[in-house]
Design a protein around this ligand. Sequence first.
Ligand code: RB5
Length: 146
Amino acid sequence: MKVILGADHAGLELKEHLVAHLTALGHEVTDLHDEALEVDYPDMAAALCSRITDGSHPLGILVCGTGVGISIAANKIPGIRAACISDVYSARMCRSHNDANVLCLGGRTLGPEKAYELAELFLSEPFAGERHARRVEKIARLERRD
Ligand code: RB5
């Protein structure tokens, strides 16, 4: 699976673990690395999400301290459905039911092993479509204010 990863300073260490792990599993990983000592999470959310909405990457993973701030920022961008996730059931359901295209994780709340499990589920679970497609389309309508 092609996936792009990015983090603010609080998510950097976990993001590096995830890049190494997902690459070793054979995923086609783009690492949106920022050399700055301090990266504001809305800036990283904007940079990564532009690579989703331009069609170059189907899925992305963002990491900040909690996953919360970066998911709030990502969800401001039309076409982005970001899910802040810390449990395995929701990691599957956000793909299956919500067609989430960005997974947001907490670098200060999750250890690497849990993050690997959540990321692998997110990358492997397909969108179920059917009645869920109708609901996701209604999200898009909210975005367009139809
Ligand atoms: C940065 O200190 C921290 O506020 C940020 O990573 C994130 O947790 C915000 O939600």
